[in-house]
Ligand binder design. Structure first.
Ligand code: PGA
Length: 302
């Protein structure tokens, strides 16, 4: 299986010129045109069209990814962006359920439930812990189901395009490559401390992939990203990564691509990539420096 490395730029860099420079510097590091490695760059929405133009002009092989996608196709959903819209400007990969969104930072359901719970906590002196726990569990379930709907929009988009393509054989292909959902799963520090890592991952897979058939899993990549490891400089230990990847594979498909993410750095990449079942990485902080990112991608040439 080819290795895949995702560069998750998050809310960086601050201008389009800097974004273009960063992509050019990936190419200067020799990251375009690699034979056995795919590079996906998850960039801020606003930069997508300009970066697509740059990629086409310079013939770079980088693929463009979005950091989120709406669960809706179209309609009255201000501020949302759909899979079809993103595909029409050149996006082929979609991050779904990234930790920074699951954490209640942006995914409104968990966020608003947390606020409500906090308000109840403040106004009622005696609220029993079991009620709070139940509300939180419900919020997490809802989030996983919503993420599942987002994955379904990607799968359905592909199927719809293939059908159209079959009906209009003479037209130029509508879909040069299928869209891919990169589903991020991972446990919090609290869940890890309680020994619940595998149970949490299982739930995230069960709910998030509930509507996806085994065949349609070909449109899905899983990123195992322990939430406590993201942006903290701490990576999970190799045994835990191995155990998580094994379980994910056993619950999905033996040939599914699984990436590790969470503070992957030039000096840890070769150890992590040597773990059985790891097919690449999702890199945040280190992807903002082309040399660091390149050292990770070329971990074997150290
Ligand atoms: P990090 O981020 O490499 O900075 O920990 C990983 C991610 O956001 O996927």
């Amino acid at each position: 299986m080819t290795n895949t490395f995702g560069a998750n730029w998050k809310l960086n860099p601050v201008t389009i010129d800097k974004a273009k420079d960063l992509l050019d510097s990936y190419a200067n590091e020799g990251l375009s045109g690699l034979v056995d490695t795919e590079i996906i760059v998850f960039v801020p929405y606003i930069f997508i069209s300009d970066l697509k133009r740059l990629i086409d002009e310079k013939g770079y092989t980088f693929r463009l990814g979005a950091q989120n996608v709406s669960e809706h196709e179209c309609g009255a959903f201000s501020g949302q962006i759909s899979a079809a819209m993103l595909a029409s400007v050149g996006v082929t990969e979609f991050l779904i359920g990234h930790s920074e969104r699951r954490g209640g930072y942006e995914e409104k359901v968990v966020h608003s439930q947390d606020i409500m719970i906090e308000k109840i906590r403040q106004s009622v002196n005696v609220i029993d812990e079991a009620t709070i726990k139940a509300a939180k569990t419900e919020a997490i379930e809802y989030t996983n189901e919503m993420l599942g709907r987002k994955i379904s929009t990607i799968v359905e988009y592909n199927k719809h395009q293939w059908e159209r393509q079959e009906q209009n054989q003479n037209e130029k292909p509508l879909l040069l490559r299928p869209l891919t959902a990169l589903y991020c799963i991972g446990e919090t520090l609290e869940e890890k401390a309680e020994g619940k890592t595998l149970t949490v991952l299982e739930k995230q897979l069960e709910k998030g992939l509930a509507k996806i058939s085994s065949d349609d899993l070909k449109y899905v990549i899983i990123a195992y990203e322990p939430r406590w490891a993201i942006g903290t400089g701490k990576s999970a230990n190799p045994n835990d990564i191995k155990e998580a990847h094994l379980m994910i594979r056993s619950l999905t498909r033996s040939d599914i691509k699984i990436l590790y993410g969470g503070s992957m750095k030039p000096d840890t990449a070769s150890e992590i990539m040597a773990i059985k079942g790891v097919n690449g990485g999702l890199i945040g902080g280190a992807s903002l420096n082309a040399q660091d990112f390149s050292k990770i991608v070329k971990y074997h040439s150290k």
